[in-house]
Design a protein around this ligand. Sequence first.
Ligand code: ATP
Length: 207
Amino acid sequence: MAKKVGIFGGTFDPIHSAHLILAEHAWEQFQLDTVLLMPCAVPPHKEREITPALHRSRMIQLAIEDNSHLKLSCFELERMGKTYTADTIQMLNKEHPECEYFFILGADSLFDIENWYHPEQILEQIRIIAAVRGDMERNDLQKQIDYLQERYPSSQITLLDTPLIDISSTMIREHVRQGKTIKYYVPKDVEKYIYQQKLYQESETGR
Ligand code: ATP
């Protein structure tokens, strides 16, 4: 039987509780064997300065230490130059034909996906698991799913059954900068790491 593997890509700057809850629910709901948390190298969609990959991946490692079905994947970090989701999926499918991959994303990403590099390749090559986010109603997200499925007939997109969790990495970076608490927004060891390494103290460039 094919191994079922979730791919959860993101900047993870830093990883937070909503990411972890999403990954865990996707694992449970879709009976995945593993969820790969895959930090991206140079995010094609973000303009601010991104924290070095080493810190972002260490924080992921700390966050998932006690969970054997969540794994850090440096697949995108190890590639040179710009890494696109469409290429990542194609390469993984080719390298691991024994695996069935699922791509996990939040609603904001599902609404933006047509601006990504070759969205048709993403949507036709991999099953998508989408989670609600922000002030978006479940209905709005379902409408976007229906629209994408009509436009890309071989796509398979399923709504993840998760609660709305209004946490973002931006919010955490801002809290740190303003000296506000981030306790419970991120796992304890990630919180410690952020302070030890003095991350997110400076104001962000390009904003
Ligand atoms: P930033 O605030 O820096 O933009 P972020 O919190 O959106 O970061 P990313 O690492 O960019 O985090 O997100 C990776 C994936 O996780 C994206 O698909 C995003 O939609 C999803 N995601 C992040 N936070 C949430 C959340 N609170 N609810 C649902 N999905 C989320």
